[in-house]
Design a protein around this ligand. Sequence first.
Ligand code: DGY
Length: 324
Amino acid sequence: MAKIFVTRKIPEVGILNLEKAGHTVVVSEKDGVLEREELVSVLKENNPDAVLCLLTDKIDGEIFAAAPQAKIFASYSVGFGHMDLDAAEEHGVTLTNTPGVLTDTVAEHTIAMMLSITSRITEGDRFMRDGKYEGWGPMMLLGTDLKGKTLGILGAGRIGSRVAEIAKKGLGMSIMYYDIKESDFLNSELDAEFRKEIEDVLTESDVISVHVPLLDSTRGLINMERLSSMKNSAYLINSSRGPIIDENALVMALKNKVIKGAALDVYEKEPALASGLIELENVVITPHIASATEETRGKMSDMAAKNIIAFLNGETPPNAVEKK
Ligand code: DGY
């Protein structure tokens, strides 16, 4: 049967499925991301028939050439910006991802980040731990209400739509959104307002939540000019991909009160943070954990394995990434 190389330890359900299907699984022994040369050399050494990779692996022509037998690279992620679709086509490689199973989890984390920044949860937590609390104060750590405010969704896919639904039904927010096409669900179920121009959503919303995928067209989408078009009282939330926001511009905007606050789970040059970001009080930062629940990570592992099993059985994998 086939040999599958897994680039990093993941929840075992997927590994067990692959083994149950009769395949041999080799999991990277390194505790952490394989450096590029390490990945190339370990692929050459193992010559696998399939690779289960992660969003921390840059998958391109050099990697495909290092594993010439592997005609499927199944990513344990919904995002696929780390994989070169053109190179995959050139090498005849099928790429897959894990859409759907992490929608609710990422949406819940996004809402948690929004509440954390507007209710100043993490700032309050730091305040307590620093021993600064001397009793209730009428003007202490005042936050911002969300009920009746407008949430601007950039990207009305699965996660953006679920965030909008929780915000509308759970928090009583109004929804406005920008996408390349209108969403029936957002229009009819959530009474959301569609805007053709991103600028309209940025200028009119009280909170902006980013859910577009990372593509050439969305890299640097939120730059200083666009940050400046937001309300001074607005908040920016990002649980999609870091490079969609110019992080240095965001630091400037937060420092100079161009916007009121931000909550980020992803970063432009992960794991590095833009200079000055960590010193700011008006930002909540989490370490790319929006999909990190035990349930969801298990489902992602299972799904990545199922994509490989289907492909090796000669079937079209259920979650093949398509070049648009
Ligand atoms: C993904 O799957 O793309 C997520 O970012 C992982 O947390």
